[in-house]
Design a protein around this ligand. Sequence first.
Ligand code: PEP
Ligand code: CO
Length: 444
Amino acid sequence: MSGWRPDSWREHPIQQQPRYRDPEAVRRALARVAALPPLVAHGEVDTLRAHLARAAQGEAFVLHGGDCAERFLDCARGPIESKLKILLQMSLVLTWGARLPIIRVARMAGQYAKPRSSDTEVIDGVELPSYRGDHVNDSAPTPEAREPDPERLVSAYFHSAATLNYARALLDGGFADLHKPHHWQLAFVRKASSRAEYEAVVARLLDAVEFVESTGVETHAFDTVELFSSHEGLLLPWEQAHTARVGAGWYNLGAHMLWIGDRTRAIDGAHVEYFRGIENPIGVKIGPSTEAAELVRLLAVLEPADRPGRITLITRLGAGRVGALLPPLIEAVRASGRTVVWSCDPMHGNSIKTAGGVKTREVARILDELRETFDVHDRLGSVLGGVHFELTGEDVTECTGGPQELSEADLQHAYETLCDPRLNYAQSLEMAFLLAQRLARRRG
Ligand code: PEP
Ligand code: CO
């Protein structure tokens, strides 16, 4: 990797970094993080890359999801269990529809740092530094809380480790309550015909599992599922602290997968420089300003060897714009001869503000972007290999519509996110059923 070092990004222009008052305290905190054990093993990272290589060929499908911004206080039993449960239930429904292995990647155990469109925000007439995620500062609207705190770098490590530890324990211990129909909370589905259909799918699915288990064949279909961790690789000093040499390569051992945000994907920027040197599979968010030629150049910089599974392109173009913006990107990548996993994030191109100033997303628009994205890939003979959602297993009210038909007035009941609005349990599960139907159709 010519000219690359874990710190060569420091020679490039960088966006979206906090400004700490005490650089020496930052250095000390990062030295502590670097001395602590890795959060993931490099073999797991290689496994994920091999799985993603299959998704690029249409032989597997990626379900990537979790909070927009994890909070340190979500590092607790209930939120971890419910997030794992919704991801597992969704993946089971998707397996049913697609008849493909589902690769589960959680936005979890490290999704603590957020890019912001502005360095400051005005709250009740007072201008304050923006909240940049628990990794950096506190969300409370006071100047003291918003001051970037180097100790949070160490704290983020321990919160990531504790989250990952409990998620691994649940999976190893057979988080098997998915076997029981009553764990599938389908009562939320208002339309009786949809509910009957979903109940029938769940019943068939559980019947199939029971049949296989009754044959005595050990399938471990439920109890040894793999789950991979991921976050946006935003704070490069932190990512550098997790970077370790293994054999001939360098791995980021802070998460299995990292992605570059839409705001930090400049070709000559620090983020692209850092990402090009690590072995991990990486995602790149592709927003509406992405040009086809620029994307091809970016791929050549990030992955000159074109190893399958290394790059996932996560398009987030916005409903109504996919038909015009996506085809040139797909055609250009195809003409370059490169292999990528195409994934769709139908959340970030569809954020709106209500008249009352609340940030939300309409489930109908999210579904529109998914449908448009499937249509374009199908029409061009390309493969949509995965989806990327902001979701939670809890009954929050952050996105409108969906099976509970949440209105703007309902948003105030349980609006918890500190960043973008997430799909709640009911909206996520419904999304999985609709996706499964589409994947079943694709199978023909
Ligand atoms: C995100 O995934 O939370 C995010 C900020 O996305 P994007 O970079 O696509 O705007
Ligand atoms: Co977000």
